[in-house]
Design a protein around this ligand. Structure first.
Ligand code: S3P
Length: 173
């Protein structure tokens, strides 16, 4: 059973709705909302795209790992949205699962591409077809999301409100 004292951790691909759904769920639970990309940006004073461009993905992943550890170590039970690639690290998955309930917001490549649009600010999408890249990344990461998650919520074409309700239900609230 999911304890009131533990975090609610959202994982899933870019465009899955982690930020929009997470903010709403946090509001409904009266908890702080934390986004690991924001923590990285605050820690470095740089945007995610700028970090990828000047320091590379590997450095970004180190900073992201630190952000996951910091968010999960916070004493106040929070709703934590993790950047889409955070689950690829087994250590991040371990930290998330130990910190609370991990929910995978799952959506098909087509739905993700629709939500992400031209991919602005998302360095991994580059200038090519977002849909193809998202589909490929989603496939490569599927096993990692599955290993990270306690619960899967299919978002498909549902609105933010409905997905938030499903997340709360999945966590027994
Ligand atoms: C990434 C997802 C992004 C951000 C970075 C890399 C990924 O976060 O961390 O651009 O590897 O999927 P969102 O999932 O919040 O867009």
């Amino acid at each position: 059973m999911w304890g009131a004292m533990s975090h609610l951790v959202l994982v899933g691909m870019m465009g899955a709705g982690k930020t929009a759904v997470g903010s709403l769920v946090a509001e409904r639970l009266g908890r702080p909302f934390v986004d690991t990309d924001d923590l990285v940006e605050v820690a470095t004073g740089m945007g995610v795209a700028g970090i990828f461009a000047t320091q590379g993905e590997e450095r970004f992943r180190e900073l992201e790992g630190q952000a996951v550890r910091d968010a999960c170590a916070a004493p106040t039970p929070s709703v934590i949205a993790c950047g889409g690639g955070a689950v690829v690290s087994a250590e991040n998955r371990r930290v998330m699962r130990a910190a609370g309930r991990v929910v995978w917001l799952r959506a098909s490549g087509a739905v993700l591409a629709n939500r992400v649009g031209d991919g602005a600010g998302r360095p991994l999408l580059g200038s090519g077809s977002s849909a193809a890249t998202l589909q490929r990344l989603a496939r490569v990461r599927e096993a990692a999301y599955e290993a990270a998650a306690h619960v899967i919520v299919d978002t498909e074409d549902l609105g933010v409100d409905e997905v938030a309700e499903r997340v709360l239900e999945a966590c027994g609230r």
